[in-house]
Design a protein around this ligand. Structure first.
Ligand code: FES
Length: 275
């Protein structure tokens, strides 16, 4: 059984009945007990609330930490570069690659592929020298190209393009360089091109890798090449659309570092073209 303090009807705390074993008059005891117990309840309630809030705060903080950790887990940090690096190209033996060396060793008729990664480790590129086999000015009877957009070397015939097809991303050697005579096919009288055997896209290496046949509708990204006073070759950027498979050609893997070495590989020539 409980009772109400006088004058507190409806708003004061209820106290337990103390009907036996009291040394003091009931009224006095009730008054003292009421004050003490009310203060005690207030303190306890405040303490409880503080503890509750502290507990909720701890949970929120812990939850936030777990949430952040979870977000970090499901969204791994983006790997990539902030800007295009200047990367020195090395030949297949690991020595600095020079334009004079390229002009002496490779030309429009070289059937093998020379690939280097840039700017990321998973972005291969073709290195081509489109100069005619005999190093004389190109003509209809002497296939080749000089003064190519973005070209370097004595006749601006050395160029580099992404070796990942802009259609669905088939990499070299599925996309390969086709030298003159590799297939009985020319485009606008030009018998050399880059062709992807996955679905038939063809690109013009003498004209910024523009599209000659679909289904790809975008050109291949072109590597910006520069040479220093000793004819050493460097890659310094990419122009054109992003490399296929990358929202941004600078993101999606680690950079190649300060040098990138050519790798020699056989090409894949199938001579199957869209009609
Ligand atoms: S991936 Fe090259 S044409 Fe489709």
């Amino acid at each position: 059984m409980t009772f109400e303090l006088p004058g507190c009807a409806g708003s004061c705390p209820y106290l337990p009945e103390r009907s036996s074993g009291l040394e003091f008059p009931v009224g006095q005891v009730r008054r003292v007990a009421a004050v003490k117990e009310t203060e005690s309840d207030d303190v306890d309630e405040t303490r409880r609330n503080v503890l509750k809030l502290a507990g909720v705060g701890a949970l929120v903080l812990a939850g936030g930490g777990l949430g952040a950790a979870s977000i970090q887990y499901v969204q791994p940090p983006t790997v990539g570069l902030a800007s295009y690096p200047k990367v020195q190209l090395m030949d297949v033996s690991g020595k600095p690659l020079t334009t004079t060396g390229v002009e002496a060793e490779y030309n429009v008729g070289t059937p093998d592929l020379f690939l280097f990664n840039y700017p990321l480790r998973n972005e291969p590129n073709f290195l081509l020298n489109l100069s005619p086999v005999n190093a004389k000015p190109p003509s209809s009877s002497n296939p080749g190209a000089w003064q190519v957009p973005g070209g370097v070397g004595a006749n601006r015939s050395i160029v580099a393009y992404s070796a990942i097809c802009q259609h669905l991303g088939c990499p070299a050697p599925a996309i390969s360089y086709y030298p003159p005579g590799a297939c009985p096919r020319s485009f606008n009288g030009q018998p050399f091109y880059l062709h992807c055997s996955c679905h038939g896209s063809t690109y013009d290496p003498a004209n910024s890798a523009s599209n000659l046949t679909g289904p790809a509708v975008l050109p291949l990204p072109q590597v910006t090449l520069v040479e220093d006073e000793h004819h050493n070759l460097f890659a310094t950027g990419l122009t054109g659309p992003p490399v296929n498979g990358h929202l941004n050609s600078l993101q999606g893997d680690y950079g190649v570092g300060t040098t990138s070495q050519l790798a020699r590989s056989g090409s894949l020539i199938l001579c199957s073209f869209p009609s």
